[in-house]
Design a protein around this ligand. Structure first.
Ligand SMILES: *Cc1c(COP(=O)(O)O)cnc(C)c1O
Length: 415
């Protein structure tokens, strides 16, 4: 069945079928893992469209077409073999390739509250090696966006919801203002936190969507990967050239695992969001918790925007505990279902301390500015039973409040 058949399907159908078709030789329903690095030619230059695996790999193409359809690129397979979708060896490899769309010395505007590794790549690598001039701004604020833009700005980089503050940027507003000031600028949204189930930035006027597929898209914490999708034929052609020229492509086994993971993306996202809502409400009522940040809570300052822009509120929750680093440390040492680990978006629940873990690469000043304090804890709600997760947090918070016991003493007590 041609993949075009799925263009008009609903997203829960697309996650199962888009971009894939039974193998023409055997009829195999699942795309084979094509590991060959090269393809035999009948005569020099006469081949079946596949020459060398960095440039053309059928398993990777299937995943790339999948993300293209989930993000609604509208680009045909006749125009581009993967319909404007591209897969890379990591999220950061995909971001690096995006930055190559700009010439040396270009100006870009980026959200101030970014994934730590993105900020590190921009500020500590590309500012030096590519001479990029980067203005960081709180892009939730229209006036700050206007002030940051110039008619020469080449790219705007947005993350929404942000990490770890779960701030939302209004994508339609940004598209309108940014294109009004610089017609040529490429608007990129890192859509890792929402996934295409809950947010499709191309439909809001953006040009390019990026995913760390390490997170929700693969969803099983067993692949590191990155994806891009564009609806702009010119950017698509440039990326097709750059992906091959730079070479940080996703391998076929990782592409296969990610396609397999995406089949459950819709049901996973629904469960992540349902449990996160329940847990966020419970945390908000807990005496040991100072503040809960979750876009679905009435207390979230941008809940109206979240409702308008997203089809669900996601699975990430950020909390501030009462007390100090000691309380945070005791809580993190005393949860058992939640794994104390970086990353997010897997079927298993994870908990982490942004200041010491994921956002350690930011300067202390930047962390202070963004409110990444010693009592901030980030939770990635998995798809376990929500009541078990609540019970786990309950005893973790109880341990956090036992001020006089060292973590070691508590460990001994428990045993
Ligand atoms: C993890 C992450 C990245 C980086 O992706 P990798 O796959 O780790 O290279 C970028 N953006 C966000 C929002 C992330 O969570």
């Amino acid at each position: 069945m041609p993949h075009e058949h799925y263009i008009s399907a609903r997203i829960a159908t697309k996650v199962i079928h888009a971009g894939q078709r039974p193998d023409p030789v055997t009829g195999a329903v699942m795309p084979p893992i094509s590991v060959s690095s090269t393809y035999a030619q009948e005569s020099p230059g006469v081949h079946k469209g596949f020459e060398y695996s960095r440039s053309h790999n059928p398993t990777r193409f299937a995943l790339e077409r999948m993300v293209a359809h989930l993000e609604n690129t509208g680009i045909s397979e006749e125009y581009d073999p993967s319909c404007g979708g591209f897969a890379f060896s990591s999220g950061l490899a995909s971001i690096s390739t995006c930055l190559e769309l700009m010439d040396a010395g270009s100006h870009m505007v980026a959200m101030d509250d970014l994934y730590g590794g993105t900020n590190r790549l921009f500020s500590r690598v590309r500012a030096r090696s590519q001479g990029l001039k980067i203005t960081y701004a709180d892009l939730t604020d229209e006036a700050k966006l206007r002030a940051a833009m110039t008619p020469q700005t080449k790219m705007v980089w947005v993350e929404t919801p942000t990490n770890p503050n779960l701030k939302l940027a209004d994508l339609k507003m940004i598209a309108r203002i940014a294109k009004g000031i610089s017609k040529e600028c490429i608007l990129v949204c890192d859509n890792t936190f929402a996934s295409p189930i809950f947010q499709r930035p191309l439909e809001q006027g953006f040009d390019l969507v990026m995913h760390s597929s390490t997170k929700y898209l693969n969803g099983h914490s067993d692949v590191v990967g990155g994806l891009l999708a564009t609806n702009d034929p010119q950017i698509c052609a440039q990326l097709r050239f750059l992906q091959n020229a730079i070479g940080s492509v996703m391998g076929p086994f990782d592409a296969y695992l990610t396609l397999r993971g995406i089949k459950t993306l819709d049901i996973r996202m629904q469960r992540h969001a349902q449990s996160a809502m329940k847990i966020a409400k419970w945390l908000e009522a807990h005496a040991a918790v100072e503040r809960v940040v979750y876009p679905g809570l009435p207390s979230h300052p941008q809940r109206a925007l979240a409702t308008r822009q997203m089809d669900g509120f996601g699975g990430m929750i950020t909390i501030y505990l009462k007390g100090s680093l000691d309380e945070a440390r005791r809580m993190l040492e005393n949860v058992h279902i939640f794994a104390l680990a970086e990353s997010l978006g897997g079927v298993e629940s994870l908990i982490e301390h942004p200041a010491i873990m994921t956002h350690a690469s930011l300067s202390p000043d930047t962390r202070r500015l963004l409110g990444i304090s010693d009592t901030m804890i980030r939770l990635s709600i998995g798809i376990e039973d929500a009541d078990d997760l609540i019970a786990d947090l309950e005893q973790g918070l109880a341990a956090a409040q036992k001020k006089n016991l060292t973590a070691e003493a508590q460990r001994t007590q428990r045993v």
